[in-house]
Design a binder for this molecule. Structure first.
Ligand code: PXP
Length: 237
């Protein structure tokens, strides 16, 4: 199973002082040397963490896979076409949210999403759709002709009792099976940490986990290579 590191959280610390440190580009290089399979970054409309300069430099230094999270807006599509990451993950974006809260509303935005997928694919950029883990939503994604889906693990990660944990994991299981059967590359992420990752990693259809906050939080104490190694161990086990 592949592990993508979301480096926005490094940029968040940098932006707290508005200076140069810590640099998410340095984090991407170190993470790659430490075995991360891809680097995930989210250029938000409000530029609250990642900056345009970061994206340009990341494209130059990330030799594995650069995954650019973005809202499917005209501005971001133009950015992606300039920078040409390996993959763009479409996420919904609300200005007031602290982090991405829910999956894409695919059916209400079908035309817009399909158009964006076509434009990016024409430049050799794959598209992944960040969606809630529901079979009906997975089916809707087929109409967009995207190559991948990323299942939102937030509800599972936030579950505080066994019943909810069980049901939210079952939703992830059914959605991942449906997505794989329909030919999508299947990723998952959001809120995964060292305590909950094993259950999601045990779902055979999921091919990639994208994790940010928990790894960067641990890296503050043990360093990024060790934080990645610890996560990799739990995923592989
Ligand atoms: N995947 C997507 C689409 C996200 O928006 C995020 C959060 O930026 C993540 C994965 C990683 O979430 P977390 O930081 O909670 O691990």
């Amino acid at each position: 199973m592949k592990l993508g590191l979301n480096i926005d959280h490094v940029a968040t610390i940098r932006q707290a002082r508005g200076g140069f440190e810590p640099d998410p580009v340095a984090a991407a290089v170190l993470a790659t040397l430490s075995g991360a399979d891809s680097i995930v970054c989210h250029l938000r409309e409000d530029r609250r963490h990642l900056q345009d300069r970061d994206l340009v430099l990341l494209r130059q230094v990330v030799q594995t896979r650069l995954n650019m999270e973005m809202a499917p807006t005209q501005e971001m599509i133009e950015k992606a076409l300039q920078v040409r990451p390996a993959v763009c993950t479409f996420v919904p974006e609300k200005r007031e949210e602290r982090t991405t809260e829910g999956g894409l509303d695919v059916s209400s935005n079908l035309g817009r999403i399909k158009e964006a997928v076509t434009a990016l694919n024409a430049s050799g950029i794959e598209v992944s759709l960040f969606i809630n883990p529901q079979v009906s939503v997975v089916r809707e994604c087929v109409k967009t002709e995207a190559q991948a889906v990323e299942l939102h693990t937030g509800l599972f990660a936030e579950a505080r009792d066994e019943q909810v944990r069980y049901h939210t994991l079952e939703d992830l299981r059914s959605a991942s099976i449906a997505a794989a059967k329909l030919g999508f590359f299947v990723a998952a992420g959001h809120g995964l940490n060292y305590h909950n990752v094993s259950s999601v990693a045990s779902l055979p259809e999921i091919q990639e986990l994208n994790i940010g906050h928990a790894i960067i939080a641990r890296a503050v104490f043990v360093g990024l290579p060790k934080a990645l190694e610890d996560m990799r161990y739990l995923i592989d086990r």
